[in-house]
Design a binder for this molecule. Structure first.
Ligand SMILES: Cc1cc2nc3c(=O)[nH]c(=O)nc-3n(C[C@H](O)[C@H](O)[C@H](O)COP(=O)(O)O)c2cc1C
Length: 401
């Protein structure tokens, strides 16, 4: 579906364009996985190990219905924008993702580390799920989710991957603590190598952020106070002890609507999440940014889906790059998937159009895969549509304490 001369045909192309468009440190901040990046790479490689059942040739459904409902929200396809900090990718920030996802008829996660407040993003896409980490003591956390609830967030996502090892073998991107004169001088060579990127920031019109990214996180402000800086908020989060399941049960009690726990990779944790009141679990390793050398999320999905059964919705993120990957995830037990980097690549490549473009690529691939497999609705996708190699699935033995 070519709606503009910038329209691209694959997520790989969005990534190439993002690489050309973004300063190196911004591109690498999106790309990076933790340590050696083994898990990040496995997230995509694992999909390549899966095979579809041989295609059918006649009696195929003339139209395919891709619609579904996730976290109480109707979607035109089972693909959602995963919550991500997008500070320096595009001056529209999360508003760009909201516009692109609204055009695609789907929902977005909004990270508490976002650069725009939930109340302003929701105007562009009311299908907004607010996401927090266990990043503060109970009272502060409550005030954050309360602000998102008042803004109209439809669901709460609580991300519980926890380790985030610091060192990356190929170097962590140098992102300044704040954008001041010293930082501008230090980053000038990178910026000058990407004049269109700089121009995009400097040219912003009325009502939008002007100048350069300010690296603040307004959703993490306490009370009516000012928005803290990204790094200060990140350090505060890392100083908070990891929550107990009782803490999670408490948080669930503070939120009336759909409640998703993101970062589940084990069936025993999935059961505990359901016991704590989760209405959904997201199988995720944070795009390979949690403990490196843990398995791809798609490998963990079947055991988690079996443990959860029909007691909660199961989502998956990590490594989805084409519509066929979405079908594979549905076949292995997910109700829908979330995408992180592809959204950021689309945003970098062509703003809201680029985000929309990425969703249309996945929609087209999903549709043609369903056609080949003879499935008329996403709900009809079955385990037998996928050939799973021996040893692919992990976690079947992890139901202990
Ligand atoms: C740059 C970047 C920032 C992210 N920030 C967050 C975040 O603030 N909260 C969160 O729950 N997940 C965050 N994630 C993880 C994504 O939500 C998602 O789990 C992951 O990107 C999915 O893998 P994919 O990038 O291969 O699609 C981030 C990921 C990236 C790449």
């Amino acid at each position: 579906m070519a709606s503009s001369r910038h329209w691209f045909e694959s997520v790989a192309e969005a990534r190439r364009r993002a690489r050309k468009r973004l300063p190196r440190s911004v591109y690498l901040a999106i790309e990076a996985g933790s340590e050696a990046g083994i898990t990040a790479e496995d997230n995509t490689r694992a999909f390549a190990e899966l095979r579809f059942a041989p295609p059918r040739v006649a009696g195929l459904p003339a139209r395919r219905d891709l619609r579904t409902t996730v976290l109480g929200t109707d979607l035109s396809l089972p693909v959602i924008a995963s919550p991500v900090g997008v500070q320096a990718v595009h001056p529209l920030g999360e508003a760009g993702i909201a516009i692109g996802t609204a055009r695609a008829g789907t929902a977005m996660g909004l990270s508490e580390f976002a650069s725009l407040p939930a109340a302003s993003v929701i105007g562009y896409n009311p299908s907004l799920f607010f996401q927090v980490h266990w990043s503060a003591e109970r009272k502060t956390l409550f005030s954050r989710i309360e602000r998102a609830r008042q803004a109209g967030a439809r669901a709460l996502i609580v991300t519980l991957d926890w380790s985030f090892p610091g060192g990356r073998d190929w170097g962590s991107p140098s992102i300044p603590e704040r954008v001041d004169l010293a930082a501008l001088v230090r980053h000038a060579p990178q910026g000058l190598a990407r004049p269109r990127y700089l121009a995009r920031w400097l040219r912003r019109g009325a009502g939008q952020r002007r100048g350069l990214p300010d690296l603040t996180v307004p959703n993490m402000a306490t009370g009516g106070g000012p928005a803290p800086g990204f790094f200060a908020a990140y350090r505060d989060w890392q100083a908070v002890p990891p929550p107990t399941w009782e803490d999670i049960g408490w948080l669930r009690g503070q939120w009336e609507g759909p409640f998703c726990i993101k970062g589940i990779m084990r069936p025993d944790d999935a059961r505990r999440a359901v016991d704590a009141g989760a209405t959904a679990v997201a199988v995720s390793n944070h795009g390979g940014n949690n403990l490196d050398r843990t398995p791809a999320s798609i490998r963990a999905l079947p055991a988690v889906a079996a443990a959860v059964g029909s007691s909660a919705e199961v989502l998956l993120d990590g490594g989805i790059r084409r519509g066929g990957d979405v079908v594979a995830a549905l076949a292995l037990g997910a109700k829908a998937v979330m995408i992180g980097r592809p959204v950021l690549w689309g945003l970098a490549a062509d703003g809201p159009n680029g985000v929309h473009n990425v969703f249309e690529i996945l929609r087209a691939g999903l549709d043609s895969t369903l056609l080949a497999l003879g499935r008329g609705r996403v709900q009809d996708v079955a385990r037998t549509d996928i050939l799973i190699p021996d040893g692919f699935t992990v976690g079947n033995d992890m139901m202990g304490p």
